[in-house]
Design a protein around this ligand. Sequence first.
Ligand SMILES: C[S@@+](CC[C@H](N)C(=O)[O-])C[C@H]1O[C@@H](n2cnc3c(N)ncnc32)[C@H](O)[C@@H]1O
Length: 279
Amino acid sequence: MLQGIPGRCVSEFYDHHPISEAGVLAALARRGRDDPALLTVDDLFEFDQDHYGGLAAVDALARRAGVGAGSRVLDVCAGLGGPARFLSRRRGARVVALELHAGRAQGAARLNRLVNERRVAVVRGDALRLPFGSGAFDACLSQEALLHIADKPAVLRECHRVLTPGGRLAFTDWVARPGLGDRERERLWEWMAATTLQTLESYRALIGHAGFSAIDAEDLSEEWRPILRRRLEMYRALRGDTIARLGEQRYQEYDQLYTFFVGLVEDGKVGGGRFSATG
Ligand SMILES: C[S@@+](CC[C@H](N)C(=O)[O-])C[C@H]1O[C@@H](n2cnc3c(N)ncnc32)[C@H](O)[C@@H]1O
Protein backbone atom coordinates (compact mmCIF):
# COMPACT_ATOMS: atom_id res chain seq x y z
CA MET A 1 0.00 0.00 0.00
CA LEU A 2 1.11 3.51 -0.73
CA GLN A 3 0.65 5.43 2.47
CA GLY A 4 1.69 8.85 3.62
CA ILE A 5 2.79 10.00 0.19
CA PRO A 6 2.71 13.76 0.18
CA GLY A 7 0.13 14.50 -2.46
CA ARG A 8 -1.39 17.62 -3.92
CA CYS A 9 1.39 19.90 -2.85
CA VAL A 10 4.56 20.58 -4.78
CA SER A 11 6.43 21.85 -1.76
CA GLU A 12 5.62 18.75 0.26
CA PHE A 13 6.72 16.58 -2.64
CA TYR A 14 10.12 18.29 -2.68
CA ASP A 15 10.35 18.15 1.15
CA HIS A 16 10.53 14.37 0.72
CA HIS A 17 12.59 14.09 -2.45
CA PRO A 18 15.72 11.95 -2.81
CA ILE A 19 17.59 14.80 -4.54
CA SER A 20 18.47 17.53 -2.06
CA GLU A 21 21.26 19.81 -0.92
CA ALA A 22 22.08 17.32 1.86
CA GLY A 23 22.18 14.54 -0.74
CA VAL A 24 24.58 16.52 -2.93
CA LEU A 25 26.88 17.16 0.03
CA ALA A 26 26.73 13.51 1.09
CA ALA A 27 27.60 12.37 -2.45
CA LEU A 28 30.57 14.75 -2.55
CA ALA A 29 31.76 13.47 0.81
CA ARG A 30 31.55 9.87 -0.41
CA ARG A 31 33.81 10.90 -3.31
CA GLY A 32 36.22 12.53 -0.87
CA ARG A 33 35.39 15.92 -2.45
CA ASP A 34 34.24 17.67 0.71
CA ASP A 35 37.06 20.13 1.31
CA PRO A 36 35.36 23.49 0.57
CA ALA A 37 38.71 25.02 -0.36
CA LEU A 38 39.15 22.53 -3.22
CA LEU A 39 35.57 22.18 -4.39
CA THR A 40 34.67 23.45 -7.87
CA VAL A 41 31.37 23.89 -9.66
CA ASP A 42 32.30 20.89 -11.86
CA ASP A 43 32.32 18.67 -8.77
CA LEU A 44 28.64 19.47 -8.23
CA PHE A 45 27.39 18.81 -11.76
CA GLU A 46 26.99 15.06 -11.35
CA PHE A 47 24.63 15.58 -8.42
CA ASP A 48 22.87 18.95 -8.70
CA GLN A 49 20.85 18.49 -11.91
CA ASP A 50 17.25 17.45 -11.28
CA HIS A 51 16.10 16.82 -14.83
CA TYR A 52 16.62 14.24 -17.57
CA GLY A 53 19.70 14.14 -19.74
CA GLY A 54 22.21 15.95 -17.52
CA LEU A 55 24.39 18.79 -18.75
CA ALA A 56 23.81 17.92 -22.43
CA ALA A 57 20.11 18.68 -21.91
CA VAL A 58 20.90 22.09 -20.40
CA ASP A 59 23.28 22.80 -23.26
CA ALA A 60 20.64 21.85 -25.83
CA LEU A 61 18.26 24.40 -24.31
CA ALA A 62 21.00 27.03 -24.13
CA ARG A 63 21.70 26.55 -27.84
CA ARG A 64 18.04 26.90 -28.74
CA ALA A 65 17.76 30.02 -26.62
CA GLY A 66 20.99 31.53 -28.00
CA VAL A 67 22.48 31.86 -24.52
CA GLY A 68 26.00 33.28 -24.64
CA ALA A 69 28.40 35.46 -22.70
CA GLY A 70 26.51 38.19 -20.87
CA SER A 71 23.03 36.86 -21.73
CA ARG A 72 20.49 37.66 -19.04
CA VAL A 73 18.86 34.30 -18.34
CA LEU A 74 15.96 33.36 -16.07
CA ASP A 75 15.92 29.71 -15.00
CA VAL A 76 12.26 29.15 -14.11
CA CYS A 77 11.85 26.56 -11.31
CA ALA A 78 15.59 26.23 -10.84
CA GLY A 79 15.77 23.56 -8.13
CA LEU A 80 19.21 23.43 -6.52
CA GLY A 81 20.62 25.78 -9.15
CA GLY A 82 22.66 23.17 -11.04
CA PRO A 83 21.54 24.20 -14.55
CA ALA A 84 21.95 27.89 -13.62
CA ARG A 85 25.56 27.32 -12.52
CA PHE A 86 26.23 25.43 -15.74
CA LEU A 87 24.86 28.32 -17.84
CA SER A 88 26.99 30.76 -15.88
CA ARG A 89 30.24 28.80 -15.93
CA ARG A 90 30.09 27.22 -19.37
CA ARG A 91 28.24 29.93 -21.30
CA GLY A 92 29.17 33.05 -19.36
CA ALA A 93 25.53 33.99 -18.80
CA ARG A 94 24.19 36.10 -15.93
CA VAL A 95 21.51 33.87 -14.47
CA VAL A 96 18.65 34.34 -12.06
CA ALA A 97 17.53 31.04 -10.55
CA LEU A 98 13.86 31.32 -9.56
CA GLU A 99 12.65 28.61 -7.19
CA LEU A 100 9.48 28.23 -5.09
CA HIS A 101 10.60 25.69 -2.49
CA ALA A 102 12.29 27.42 0.44
CA GLY A 103 14.73 24.59 1.19
CA ARG A 104 15.74 24.26 -2.46
CA ALA A 105 16.17 28.01 -2.92
CA GLN A 106 18.31 28.19 0.23
CA GLY A 107 20.22 25.09 -0.88
CA ALA A 108 20.87 26.62 -4.31
CA ALA A 109 22.24 29.79 -2.69
CA ARG A 110 24.44 27.80 -0.28
CA LEU A 111 25.82 25.64 -3.12
CA ASN A 112 26.59 28.86 -5.04
CA ARG A 113 28.59 30.13 -2.06
CA LEU A 114 30.33 26.78 -1.65
CA VAL A 115 31.81 26.98 -5.15
CA ASN A 116 32.13 30.76 -5.23
CA GLU A 117 29.52 31.16 -7.96
CA ARG A 118 28.79 34.88 -8.12
CA ARG A 119 26.99 35.25 -11.44
CA VAL A 120 23.93 33.25 -10.36
CA ALA A 121 21.38 35.04 -8.19
CA VAL A 122 18.84 32.88 -6.41
CA VAL A 123 15.36 34.31 -5.96
CA ARG A 124 12.65 32.51 -4.05
CA GLY A 125 9.37 33.02 -5.86
CA ASP A 126 6.46 31.59 -7.79
CA ALA A 127 6.72 31.11 -11.56
CA LEU A 128 3.09 32.23 -11.76
CA ARG A 129 4.00 35.68 -10.42
CA LEU A 130 7.55 36.34 -11.56
CA PRO A 131 9.01 39.07 -9.35
CA PHE A 132 10.76 40.85 -12.24
CA GLY A 133 9.98 43.76 -14.49
CA SER A 134 8.93 43.42 -18.12
CA GLY A 135 11.75 42.82 -20.60
CA ALA A 136 14.29 41.94 -17.89
CA PHE A 137 15.71 38.82 -19.59
CA ASP A 138 17.11 37.69 -22.94
CA ALA A 139 16.14 34.07 -22.33
CA CYS A 140 13.81 32.02 -20.12
CA LEU A 141 14.75 28.37 -19.59
CA SER A 142 13.06 25.63 -17.61
CA GLN A 143 13.45 21.88 -17.18
CA GLU A 144 10.97 19.26 -15.94
CA ALA A 145 9.10 21.74 -13.77
CA LEU A 146 6.05 23.19 -15.52
CA LEU A 147 4.49 19.76 -14.99
CA HIS A 148 3.90 20.94 -11.40
CA ILE A 149 2.04 24.10 -12.43
CA ALA A 150 -1.65 23.74 -13.19
CA ASP A 151 -2.04 27.10 -14.90
CA LYS A 152 0.36 26.66 -17.81
CA PRO A 153 -1.08 29.58 -19.81
CA ALA A 154 -0.28 31.89 -16.89
CA VAL A 155 3.32 30.75 -16.48
CA LEU A 156 3.91 31.05 -20.23
CA ARG A 157 2.42 34.57 -20.20
CA GLU A 158 4.74 35.49 -17.33
CA CYS A 159 7.76 34.20 -19.27
CA HIS A 160 6.67 36.24 -22.27
CA ARG A 161 6.29 39.37 -20.13
CA VAL A 162 9.76 39.19 -18.57
CA LEU A 163 11.49 38.55 -21.91
CA THR A 164 12.86 41.39 -23.95
CA PRO A 165 11.18 41.61 -27.40
CA GLY A 166 12.78 38.88 -29.51
CA GLY A 167 13.99 37.08 -26.37
CA ARG A 168 13.95 33.30 -26.38
CA LEU A 169 12.00 30.72 -24.42
CA ALA A 170 13.33 27.15 -24.24
CA PHE A 171 12.09 24.45 -21.92
CA THR A 172 11.57 20.73 -21.54
CA ASP A 173 8.63 19.11 -19.82
CA TRP A 174 6.62 15.93 -19.51
CA VAL A 175 3.95 15.51 -22.17
CA ALA A 176 0.86 13.32 -22.25
CA ARG A 177 0.73 10.76 -25.05
CA PRO A 178 -2.13 8.65 -26.41
CA GLY A 179 -3.49 6.17 -23.92
CA LEU A 180 -2.77 8.11 -20.72
CA GLY A 181 -5.92 7.46 -18.70
CA ASP A 182 -7.72 9.66 -16.18
CA ARG A 183 -6.83 7.36 -13.28
CA GLU A 184 -3.16 7.52 -14.29
CA ARG A 185 -3.32 11.31 -14.50
CA GLU A 186 -4.87 11.36 -11.01
CA ARG A 187 -2.08 9.20 -9.66
CA LEU A 188 0.59 11.42 -11.22
CA TRP A 189 -1.04 14.33 -9.43
CA GLU A 190 -1.44 12.58 -6.07
CA TRP A 191 1.97 10.94 -6.07
CA MET A 192 4.23 13.36 -7.96
CA ALA A 193 2.34 16.68 -7.90
CA ALA A 194 2.19 16.50 -11.70
CA THR A 195 -0.81 18.21 -13.24
CA THR A 196 -2.48 19.36 -16.48
CA LEU A 197 0.00 17.47 -18.67
CA GLN A 198 -0.19 18.76 -22.23
CA THR A 199 0.36 16.95 -25.50
CA LEU A 200 3.12 18.19 -27.79
CA GLU A 201 0.51 19.94 -29.93
CA SER A 202 -1.59 21.45 -27.13
CA TYR A 203 1.63 22.84 -25.59
CA ARG A 204 2.54 24.38 -28.94
CA ALA A 205 -0.88 26.08 -29.02
CA LEU A 206 -0.54 27.38 -25.44
CA ILE A 207 2.89 28.83 -26.23
CA GLY A 208 1.39 30.63 -29.24
CA HIS A 209 -1.53 31.97 -27.18
CA ALA A 210 0.97 33.39 -24.68
CA GLY A 211 2.35 35.61 -27.46
CA PHE A 212 5.33 33.61 -28.72
CA SER A 213 6.19 33.01 -32.38
CA ALA A 214 8.60 30.70 -34.27
CA ILE A 215 7.55 27.82 -32.01
CA ASP A 216 9.42 24.56 -32.25
CA ALA A 217 8.21 21.41 -30.45
CA GLU A 218 10.51 18.37 -30.38
CA ASP A 219 9.40 14.95 -29.21
CA LEU A 220 11.96 13.58 -26.71
CA SER A 221 9.93 10.54 -25.69
CA GLU A 222 12.24 7.93 -27.27
CA GLU A 223 15.31 9.67 -25.93
CA TRP A 224 13.85 9.77 -22.42
CA ARG A 225 13.02 6.05 -22.15
CA PRO A 226 16.56 4.79 -21.39
CA ILE A 227 17.30 7.95 -19.40
CA LEU A 228 14.32 7.28 -17.14
CA ARG A 229 15.29 3.63 -16.71
CA ARG A 230 18.76 4.72 -15.55
CA ARG A 231 17.23 7.32 -13.28
CA LEU A 232 15.18 4.69 -11.47
CA GLU A 233 18.40 2.73 -10.99
CA MET A 234 20.10 5.88 -9.70
CA TYR A 235 17.37 6.39 -7.08
CA ARG A 236 17.78 2.75 -6.05
CA ALA A 237 21.53 3.24 -5.76
CA LEU A 238 20.80 6.13 -3.38
CA ARG A 239 18.80 3.78 -1.12
CA GLY A 240 21.08 4.07 1.92
CA ASP A 241 21.28 7.83 1.72
CA THR A 242 17.52 8.23 1.15
CA ILE A 243 16.65 5.97 4.08
CA ALA A 244 19.09 7.81 6.33
CA ARG A 245 17.52 11.15 5.41
CA LEU A 246 13.85 10.36 4.78
CA GLY A 247 13.25 6.92 6.31
CA GLU A 248 12.56 3.44 4.96
CA GLN A 249 8.87 4.13 4.35
CA ARG A 250 9.55 7.13 2.12
CA TYR A 251 12.22 5.19 0.23
CA GLN A 252 9.67 2.45 -0.51
CA GLU A 253 6.98 4.97 -1.45
CA TYR A 254 9.27 6.86 -3.79
CA ASP A 255 10.42 3.63 -5.38
CA GLN A 256 6.80 2.65 -6.06
CA LEU A 257 5.77 5.98 -7.46
CA TYR A 258 8.86 6.30 -9.64
CA THR A 259 8.42 2.74 -10.91
CA PHE A 260 4.84 3.68 -11.83
CA PHE A 261 6.03 6.82 -13.65
CA VAL A 262 8.80 5.01 -15.53
CA GLY A 263 6.24 2.33 -16.48
CA LEU A 264 4.08 5.03 -18.09
CA VAL A 265 7.10 6.26 -20.02
CA GLU A 266 7.97 2.69 -21.10
CA ASP A 267 4.35 2.17 -22.22
CA GLY A 268 4.47 5.34 -24.30
CA LYS A 269 1.74 7.05 -22.25
CA VAL A 270 3.99 9.82 -20.92
CA GLY A 271 6.92 11.31 -22.79
CA GLY A 272 8.99 14.42 -23.07
CA GLY A 273 8.90 17.56 -25.14
CA ARG A 274 11.45 20.28 -25.81
CA PHE A 275 9.92 23.59 -26.77
CA SER A 276 11.53 26.76 -28.02
CA ALA A 277 10.03 30.02 -29.23
CA THR A 278 10.65 33.71 -29.71
CA GLY A 279 9.00 36.31 -27.45
C1 LIG B 1 12.21 18.49 -11.19
S1 LIG B 1 12.71 19.93 -10.35
C2 LIG B 1 13.73 20.68 -11.60
C3 LIG B 1 14.76 21.61 -11.02
C4 LIG B 1 15.72 22.22 -12.03
N1 LIG B 1 15.00 22.76 -13.17
C5 LIG B 1 16.74 21.22 -12.51
O1 LIG B 1 16.66 20.83 -13.69
O2 LIG B 1 17.64 20.83 -11.76
C6 LIG B 1 11.26 20.97 -10.39
C7 LIG B 1 11.41 22.22 -9.53
O3 LIG B 1 10.32 23.11 -9.81
C8 LIG B 1 10.03 23.82 -8.60
N2 LIG B 1 8.72 24.44 -8.74
C9 LIG B 1 7.53 23.81 -8.84
N3 LIG B 1 6.53 24.70 -8.96
C10 LIG B 1 7.10 25.93 -8.95
C11 LIG B 1 6.58 27.25 -9.07
N4 LIG B 1 5.27 27.49 -9.19
N5 LIG B 1 7.44 28.29 -9.04
C12 LIG B 1 8.78 28.07 -8.92
N6 LIG B 1 9.33 26.84 -8.79
C13 LIG B 1 8.50 25.78 -8.82
C14 LIG B 1 10.12 22.73 -7.56
O4 LIG B 1 10.19 23.24 -6.25
C15 LIG B 1 11.37 21.96 -8.02
O5 LIG B 1 12.52 22.46 -7.42
